[in-house]
Design a protein around this ligand. Structure first.
Ligand code: KG4
Ligand code: ZN
Length: 360
């Protein structure tokens, strides 16, 4: 494979995926390897931080050599190293950041500690077919929807500013919690999405509070309504739905309708915030990323909406919607292009980093 050197090595270990990627100067992804720890965490119904950090350490030698092997490159081909600095699980972040810093130090390369959301934010511009990345526009709005974040961001002349955040649960987290109550396996979001396709959303119509001026996202009210509706369903049908572990075959139609109504309301909140934002501050390009950007209904609604308003919609390729290291290397590349200096060799991890300080 041909590439434009120097290359950037990306490392992402903010939660339960150990990821390593090789990206060239044009943003072409030469290799992106993600090693999932799902089987280790599944018995607990969610991510166990201690297990996650231990697994990152065990997985790294295999993941990194697979990435370099797939890209057909050597350590001497790199010109920069980037790793996620936060937010995330501290133990997990420490493994990736320490590895990144050590590799950079050993090879005398600049090191960039990247904000996880910054990684997601630019990921819709990555190509999946071995092509260079699409040039990132100077100005665009970005929606990042994941298990830990629901953020609407604004990029103006390369500077990132957060516009709207969730004030309670993140969108993906809500999908996971509702799915967990139905006995589905972690991560429940994709399965809830799949099951919701089979239901009729009219079967569950949660009340949507009208939040003045659309200052924030909020998902805990919707979650509570969905959980109460499941409880009600159990009482009226005599079923213990949380014992149903095999999915759609055994879920009653009413539960599928409930999931469809829940998903419609969750996506509806995103669409209504975007609508208001676009009315008050019209934007030309919207980049949508994060694990929940794989949601089928969200992708359909966004596509229709953008077509109607003539918005240039950049939906992250499904391959890069979940956590990956290509997005971390690419965000570092964008920093390098903007002339942001590398981080000092003693940069530390942070479980929470306000976005205002992320790209300085
Ligand atoms: O970006 P990501 O891999 O990790 C975080 O940064 O959080 O996102 C993972 C989240 C999980 O909550 C997962 O359930 C959710 O994304 N997710 C989905 C779908 N696919 C993944 N939620 C709803 N619909 C989906 N299709
Ligand atoms: Zn993420």
């Amino acid at each position: 494979m041909s590439f434009e050197s120097p290359l950037t090595l990306g490392i992402e270990t903010s939660c339960d995926d150990t990821a390593c990627a090789v990206v060239d100067r044009t943003g072409q992804v030469l290799a992106s390897v993600v090693s999932s720890q799902l089987s280790q965490h599944r018995p607990y119904g969610g991510v166990v931080p201690e297990i996650a950090s231990r697994e990152h350490l065990c997985n790294w030698p295999m993941v990194s050599s697979e990435a370099l092997g797939a890209a057909g490159v050597d350590w001497s081909d790199f010109g920069a190293v980037a790793a996620t600095r936060g937010p995330g699980l501290v133990g997990s972040l420490l493994v990736g950041l320490s590895l990144g810093r050590a590799i950079a130090w050993g090879l005398s390369l600049p090191f960039h500690g990247i904000h996880h959301i910054e990684g997601h934010l630019f990921s819709p511009f990555l190509s999946v077919d071995g092509q260079p990345a699409t040039p990132v526009p100077e100005n665009f709005d970005g929606l990042v929807v994941s298990g830990g974040h629901t953020s609407l961001l604004e990029v103006r002349r390369g500077e990132v500013c957060s516009l709207i955040e969730t004030r309670d649960d993140a969108m993906g987290e809500t999908f996971d919690k509702v799915g967990k109550r139905l006995g589905l396996e972690y991560p429940q979001g994709p399965k809830v999405d799949q099951l919701a396709e089979l239901g009729d959303p009219e079967g569950f119509r949660p009340t949507i509070p009208r939040i003045k001026e659309d200052l924030f996202f909020s998902y805990s009210g919707l979650k509570t309504q969905a959980l109460r509706a499941i409880e009600h369903l159990e009482k009226t049908t005599g079923l213990d739905v949380s014992r149903i572990r095999s999915g759609e075959d055994e879920l009653p139609e009413a539960a599928l309708d409930l999931l469809a109504g829940f998903r419609r309301a969750a996506v509806g909140q995103i669409m209504s915030r975007l609508e208001s934002r676009h009315k008050s501050h019209p934007f030309q390009t919207l980049a949508v990323s994060g694990g929940v950007a794989a949601n089928r209904l969200l992708r359909r609604e966004l596509t229709q909406w953008a077509e109607r308003l003539g918005i240039d919609l950049r939906l992250v390729p499904l391959k890069f919607s979940g956590d990956n290291a290509a997005m971390i290397a690419f965000a570092a590349l964008e920093r390098i292009k903007r002339g942001v200096p590398a981080d000092p060799s003693d940069v530390v991890v942070a479980s929470r980093i306000p976005f205002a300080n992320a790209s300085q």
